[in-house]
Design a protein around this ligand. Structure first.
Ligand code: DP6
Length: 329
């Protein structure tokens, strides 16, 4: 299985936006979630990652858009993924170069796409031929939401119940071709790094008495969300998308100390989209709205976004999963 010399592989992977959100862990080392989540992989927001691997000990390095990532940030994300591959392959070291086509740390899930691209590229470079399900478990160790970026279309992350996390993985529920009219109108409201990362923010859920209620809500309504997508029922889908975003942000506000991810523009948009009846918004841990609508209503959603002061807008369709772009194995 082992190779000789320097081996390179390049892969790209989508960012994903959760409709039913992951917020809260039952194990923080293994990133095991308190609830299952459901997301959409995005065609327009992608990360391209190249890895160069060599057997044996050595220093691994990570560059994102040319800037080196070191210390805790390296260890807690890419470092955990490298460790998982070493357990399967044996010792090796890697130089990783990632390019994003969207702002990092602005709530557009750049780390999810980056980690998914990394696991796919390492799988290729090391010649391991792991399945998508296995890759999703490794991606999860790097960052929970990254496991949903290991496939395309509409994706379910089963929370699992085992302590070792072997039943906490992701799979595709519907392919990217399932609902071709659906688009995500994404507003870039803030490019600044968040004050509290999702990783830190979600450790505070134990302080929120609303959390118990949220977990019950997710359990009861996740099948309804999936069913709305299955039937391509726009109204139902928009409704549940907004309710699930609000539910997570309610817990975030109720946690102590509270975190503030949404800003005045986000709230103005929430009000306008609810009134419009033609779309549904969702927000991750940041102020940037993802507004789902159909192709023919996208222009109206863009107009509403501009009215509340959003000038930078990206429109994405539901996208495919990761792809190996290059390999010299
Ligand atoms: C708000 O996946 O970034 O985007 O597992 O600690 O790396 P870690 O957290 P992360 O959290 C994402 C939270 C979210 C909701 C979601 O994507 O489901």
């Amino acid at each position: 299985m082992k190779g000789s010399g320097l081996r390179k592989a390049r892969a790209e992977a989508p960012s994903n936006i959760a409709i039913v959100k992951y917020w809260g862990k039952r194990n923080k080392e293994l990133n095991l979630p308190l609830n299952s989540s459901f997301s959409i992989s995005l065609e327009a927001l992608r990360v391209d990652t190249e890895v160069s691997v060599e057997d044996g000990p050595g220093t691994s390095r990570l560059f994102i858009d040319g800037e080196e990532v070191t210390g805790e940030e390296f260890e807690e994300y890419a470092g955990r993924v490298l460790e998982a591959f070493r357990r399967l392959y044996g010792d090796f070291h890697a130089v990783i170069r990632s390019k994003t086509n969207f702002p990092k740390s602005a709530g557009l899930a750049s780390s999810a796409a980056g980690i998914a691209a990394l696991v796919v590229a390492l799988n290729e470079a090391l010649g391991l031929s792991l399945s998508q399900i296995e890759l999703s478990k490794i991606a999860r160790l790097g960052s929970g939401s990254a496991c949903r970026s290991t496939t395309g279309g509409f994706v379910l992350w089963e929370k699992g119940t085992r302590d070792d996390g072997e039943d906490s993985f992701c799979y595709q529920v519907f392919p990217e071709t399932h609902w071709p009219e659906l688009v995500d109108v994404i507003g870039i409201v803030g490019r600044q790094k968040k004050k509290v990362s999702s990783r830190k923010g979600m450790l505070r859920v134990s302080s929120s008495p609303l959390m118990e209620c949220r977990l019950k809500f997710v359990e009861e309504t996740l099948p309804k969300v999936i069913d709305a997508v299955r039937r391509k029922d726009e109204g139902e889908f928009y409704y549940w998308t907004m309710r699930h975003s609000n539910s997570m942000h309610a817990v975030i506000l109720d946690s102590w100390p509270s975190t503030f991810y949404l800003n005045d523009i986000s709230f103005a948009l929430i009000e306008r989209i609810q009134e419009s009846g033609i779309a549904g918004y969702t927000f991750d841990a940041g102020p940037n709205p993802h507004v789902f609508t159909t192709e023919d209503e996208a222009e109206e959603v863009v107009r509403i976004m501009r009215e509340v002061g959003i000038t930078e807008i990206v429109i994405s369709r539901v996208g495919p999963g990761p792809k190996v772009l290059d390999s010299n194995r």
